[in-house]
Design a protein around this ligand. Structure first.
Ligand code: GDP
Ligand code: MG
Length: 166
């Protein structure tokens, strides 16, 4: 019984940091430069008793042309189509952006299941963004801090009923 979880969201929200935490190795490159992950990385994740495949994506890009961004976007769309569950990450400190709203729509149309997570929510700086996240219409956001390991227990509990479907 296994499933595939794709971590998606615009660049720099902390997808690779979360991927590394789930996989327990420093496989994905974490960088202050947006969009550092140019391809898809796959790893075996452990969370409580759950074992699943996790995919770190390049970061959803709005470009649809033949540029690097366009290619990254198509790779990410493929990851969305192939995943059983998409973990849609936003930056709680930045709040909901136009790009987040755009991709919330894309995920609503394409993804089988979506879990919304507001990352960088350690301390109080993320409180506004966490509240704003409800406006995306994807249900209650998980409060995460990938860097500090907060919210992993809540993620585990949200994944359990989904894991049972596969
Ligand atoms: P990605 O582009 O979505 O893969 O984002 P990265 O994982 O590369 O992280 C982008 C930046 O955000 C890096 O500087 C990370 O250290 C930082 N970051 C990631 N998670 C957190 C978090 O939970 N809290 C804070 N404050 N920063 C974070
Ligand atoms: Mg990355």
């Amino acid at each position: 019984m296994s499933f595939t979880l794709a971590i998606v969201g615009r660049p720099n929200v902390g997808k690779s940091t979360l991927f590394n935490r789930l996989v327990g190795k420093r496989l994905a490159l974490v960088d202050d430069q947006p969009g550092v992950t140019r391809d898809l990385r796959e790893g075996q994740a452990r969370l409580g008793h759950l074992r699943f495949i996790v995919v770190d994506s390049a970061g959803l890009e709005m470009a649809e042309d033949d540029s690097l961004q366009g290619r990254m976007r198509r790779l990410t769309e493929r990851a969305v189509d192939e995943a059983d569950v998409c973990l849609f990450v936003i930056d709680a400190r930045a709040g909901v952006t136009a790009a987040d709203e755009y991709f919330a729509d894309l995920l609503r149309k394409r993804a089988k299941h979506v879990i919304l997570a507001a990352n960088k929510a350690e301390g109080r700086a993320g409180e506004g963004g966490l509240l704003e996240a409800y406006s995306l219409g994807l249900g209650e956001p998980l409060r995460l801090s990938a860097e500090h390991g907060e919210g992993m227990d809540e993620l585990y509990h949200v994944l359990i009923p989904m894991a049972e479907q596969f």
